[in-house]
Design a binder for this molecule. Sequence first.
Ligand SMILES: Nc1ncnc2c1ncn2[C@@H]1O[C@H](COP(=O)(O)OP(=O)(O)OP(=O)(O)O)[C@@H](O)[C@H]1O
Ligand SMILES: [Mg+2]
Length: 114
Amino acid sequence: MKKIECMVRPACLEQLVITMEKLDLGGMNITQVVGYGSQKGAGDTSIYRGVEYTVKLKEKLKVETVVPDSMVETVIEQILKATRTDSVGDGKIFIYNIEEAIRIRTGERGDAVI
Ligand SMILES: Nc1ncnc2c1ncn2[C@@H]1O[C@H](COP(=O)(O)OP(=O)(O)OP(=O)(O)O)[C@@H](O)[C@H]1O
Ligand SMILES: [Mg+2]
């Protein structure tokens, strides 16, 4: 099992949700985040929750899904299709190993849960 975590532009939300539904994933999470990449937000200063930063924090969506190993490449390919604009700030995809998954209701474990 792997967790696929991607940081993408908020404007991608609709297309990404449509894409993820088609993939028939077991589940996913979407969180609103702020952050920066290699351009450091390309700004002078910005204020987030009362604190001034010399980097400009950009709003992104963090999308997370845990999938069987066999689906990883397909999901990555579909995320790229739904989110790539070829401009800076398109985001990143991170892949994590997942040790175990447990469905609380039944106590099942492993791929059956995701
Ligand atoms: N190394 C990192 N670790 C964690 N989050 C990151 C990292 N790099 C980028 N992010 C997150 O991804 C978002 C988008 O990053 P971004 O696409 O600007 O990366 P980049 O390296 O600058 O690539 P590009 O040159 O295409 O803009 C950032 O705003 C931040 O939320
Ligand atoms: Mg960038």
